[in-house]
Ligand binder design. Sequence first.
Ligand SMILES: *[C@@H]1O[C@H](CO)[C@@H](O)[C@H](O)[C@H]1NC(C)=O
Ligand SMILES: *[C@@H]1O[C@H](CO)[C@@H](O)[C@H](O)[C@H]1NC(C)=O
Ligand SMILES: *[C@@H]1O[C@H](CO)[C@@H](O)[C@H](O)[C@H]1NC(C)=O
Ligand SMILES: *[C@@H]1O[C@H](CO)[C@@H](O)[C@H](O)[C@H]1NC(C)=O
Ligand SMILES: *[C@@H]1O[C@H](CO)[C@@H](O)[C@H](O)[C@H]1NC(C)=O
Ligand SMILES: *[C@@H]1O[C@H](CO)[C@@H](O)[C@H](O)[C@H]1NC(C)=O
Ligand SMILES: *[C@@H]1O[C@H](CO)[C@@H](O)[C@H](O)[C@H]1NC(C)=O
Length: 408
Amino acid sequence: MATKGRIDMLVRFSCLLLLLMGGSYSQRDKLLQGEELKDGDELLSTFGKFKLGFFTPSENPFSTTPSSSKRYIGVWYNKPEDRRSYQSIYYKVSSLKVVWVADRNTPVIDKSGSLRIDSTDGNLKIFHSGGNPIAITSVEGARNTSVTLEQSGNLVLHELHSNGSIKGMLWQSFDYPTHTLLPGMKLGINLQTGHQWFLRSWLTGESPAEGSYTFGMDQNLTDRLIIKWRGEVHWTSGLWQNGKFISWVVHGYKFSYTSNEQEKYFSYSVKDDFTSFPSLQIDRRGYLNNDSRFSMSCSEEGRYCGPNTNSAMCNRGSSYFGVKFGSMSSGDGTKFKESDNMTLDDCRFKCYQNCSCVAFAATNTENKTGYEIWSRGTKFIKSQTDDSRIIYLEVQPKGKSASISRLL
Ligand SMILES: *[C@@H]1O[C@H](CO)[C@@H](O)[C@H](O)[C@H]1NC(C)=O
Ligand SMILES: *[C@@H]1O[C@H](CO)[C@@H](O)[C@H](O)[C@H]1NC(C)=O
Ligand SMILES: *[C@@H]1O[C@H](CO)[C@@H](O)[C@H](O)[C@H]1NC(C)=O
Ligand SMILES: *[C@@H]1O[C@H](CO)[C@@H](O)[C@H](O)[C@H]1NC(C)=O
Ligand SMILES: *[C@@H]1O[C@H](CO)[C@@H](O)[C@H](O)[C@H]1NC(C)=O
Ligand SMILES: *[C@@H]1O[C@H](CO)[C@@H](O)[C@H](O)[C@H]1NC(C)=O
Ligand SMILES: *[C@@H]1O[C@H](CO)[C@@H](O)[C@H](O)[C@H]1NC(C)=O
């Protein structure tokens, strides 16, 4: 009881602290025509829960040499631990909980980027020294506009009256999700425009470019959600019945299904709470994650919602693919086409699908692109030098300790 009381007080105190911090921010949540947001500047939503700015994604926040200098515009949770994280102070790379990316396929290559409303057409664009402006919105016929990062994390382009008051909404980021679903966002279809709301995974931990997995409403059976890998169905939530999914529960998240003449969609809500940072994210491996770092349970027996990489597919027992430094005795393996845009995760999946596969690796080690797999019969040769290649090799665990978290 005493502990519970202390926790209650702690929670209340943190809320107060967040409120105070939110209140004391003088940062803006809006960009007006003629203003700019330079690389390094941020928009802060009212009450301080979300920020928008330029960032460089990094898979490994402890790496001293971020592999990329690419800058993206994103929205992230303004979590207290992100603000004071020493990784972000010492390593100047992003360990942010990014929930939306404006320009996932078209980053700026340096820090010259500046976010502005184009005065000629009222659209939001990134101006930079490397070429033409990158358009984030492409609304026609708008002129006098402003853009606001709302409390919900939604970035909204408004049309203004000549006296500066808001005339209406022209565009919102919630209609163009990337890999994260926030409370209030939709997964489904606008029947009038045909516009679909779905999530698409990042390509890699370092690139928010479009990856191989999508998560959204099934277009055939509109009362369920599915994960697809390159168009192939990999997981389903089960049908929506009596206010819940047959085979999917997310603790703490309340889903709802809306179906009318205009639109059909799923969305969720959580109890309004300053100390929680709810999100539902499809990661590059095809797993759904909630606000904690863990993947969610999907059904009683299978903990993961992602593709079926368990032993059933090829009867691999409890083996997994572990990181080794060296080479394979047969030299090159079977290579995938460069144009297939295979990522490490795609390659891993291909390997799991192919029962003769014992190892896989990137062919271009610097940028981790191009992949090859090796079949049974070729042996792994351990290397003594540090600069040897990373090979993902099938490992038979000793004893029964192989846990799914050790899978790549
Ligand atoms: C601004 O202009 C619009 C349309 O002309 C009007 O409806 C609105 O009341 C005005 N707002 C203010 C604060 O004057
Ligand atoms: C656009 O809105 C601003 C206020 O934000 C106002 O000062 C300006 O006159 C408006 N311009 C036009 C062309 O309506
Ligand atoms: C939807 O139906 C079409 C045609 O029957 C089929 O090809 C497709 O795979 C189905 N999609 C899903 C997600 O089940
Ligand atoms: C997130 O998932 C973890 C692991 O399944 C679970 O313990 C936690 O309660 C979940 N949190 C929310 C807010 O759903
Ligand atoms: C691979 O990426 C390129 C460039 O982004 C794209 O044009 C192409 O369609 C992609 N190929 C596949 C198979 O996804
Ligand atoms: C990766 O590196 C290889 C070899 O250096 C190159 O051919 C390829 O175009 C690069 N791919 C990307 C996406 O940068
Ligand atoms: C499995 O991979 C080998 C190359 O390692 C390839 O020759 C074979 O066709 C693949 N099998 C399937 C079913 O894709």
